[in-house]
Ligand binder design. Structure first.
Ligand SMILES: O=c1[nH]c(=O)c2[nH]c(=O)[nH]c2[nH]1
Length: 303
């Protein structure tokens, strides 16, 4: 006999923009987010018995996302996600956990005549700052912070050699290649007991984001990379050092290949090895390299 094994529901792709105005200076700040909010709890009968009495309508969930954005700061997103998730537990006794995913889109302040403009912004890239929050009666507030979609490329300082060579191998070893990826980096916070605990020392979240971003960019640029694997591991170690309240850091990185093009068939034109200048960027297939580094290995999820 089949039975409901798991269920959660809510509203996805809720787009929210909050403008905060400093009346004294006339400076505005803008935060644009895409929010997903899914609820779990004693909601089985809505699936199995057509019992809508246990359903908080997804339309109401959407309204709540707007209201909580009005009532609370949306920066940092970790705090807003905690307030939003906690609201559902405080308001509906049969809801046992709220899963909040937030994507924060970039609006970077414009510089006009050398000065930061008070109310104009531009989108400088597809990079986003993301948060996944699970607020539950049993586990408190679990937060994971992410930098996603930060595209980087270096034109030297990357090698890849010494890998397995057998009857399946065609890739030549290289001591100098283009390395390019779209950064997806996350760090997982030790659980917080309450929203008040998230709020106490709330500056930790923006500080961690800035540190992680700096570490990623600096290490990407300066590491003499032996592989994507080794470079991402070095970044994780440094992020764990910089963010003492995180117990895990990890990456998921596509290896976006740039192939050398042999043009020697055209009048002996040299364009490989030390003469390589014109490359063919590949859309796919691409490598995909992932890892998680735990401060204490016992905190790693069992697989
Ligand atoms: O940094 C790399 N890691 C790999 O595992 C790999 N595999 C591959 O073909 N190229 C690369 N590059």
């Amino acid at each position: 006999m089949p039975a409901l094994a798991s269920a959660r529901y809510g509203k996805d792709n809720v787009r929210v923009c909050k403008v905060q105005r400093d009346e004294k200076t006339g400076t505005h700040s803008v935060t644009e987010m895409t929010v997903c909010c899914l609820l779990e709890g004693e909601i089985e009968t809505s699936y199995t018995k057509a019992d809508n009495s246990v359903v908080v309508a997804t339309d109401s969930i959407k309204n709540t996302i707007y209201i909580k954005a009005k009532q609370h700061p949306v920066d940092p997103p970790e705090l807003y996600a905690s307030h939003l998730g906690q609201h559902f537990l405080d308001t509906y006794p049969h809801i046992t956990s709220a899963h909040i995913d937030i994507i924060v889109h970039r609006w970077t302040r414009l510089t006009v005549d050398g000065a930061p403009h008070p109310h104009s912004f531009f989108r400088d890239g597809q990079e986003t700052r993301n948060v996944e929050a699970t607020v539950s009666r049993s586990g408190g507030i679990a937060l994971k912070s992410t930098i996603a979609g930060l595209s980087v490329l270096k034109s030297t300082g990357s090698a890849f050699h010494g890998f397995v060579r057998d009857q399946y191998t065609t890739l030549p070893e290289t001591w100098d290649r283009i390395l390019s990826t779209d950064i997806d980096c996350s760090w997982t916070w030790k659980p917080f007991a309450t929203v008040a605990a998230v709020e106490a020392g709330v500056e930790r979240f923006n500080k961690a984001w800035t540190s992680a971003r700096d570490i990623i960019l600096q290490t990407f640029a300066t590491d003499e990379s032996a592989s994507v694997q080794n470079t991402m591991y070095k970044m994780c170690e440094q992020i764990l050092d910089a963010v003492p309240e995180a117990d895990k850091a990890g990456f998921s990185l596509p290896n976006k290949h740039y192939f050398e093009i042999d043009l020697s068939w055209h009048n002996g034109l040299k364009n490989t090895g030390k003469d390589a200048e014109v490359y063919a960027p590949q859309s796919g297939p691409n490598g995909l390299i992932k890892c998680e580094v735990a401060r204490d290995v016992s905190t790693l999820a069992q697989r």
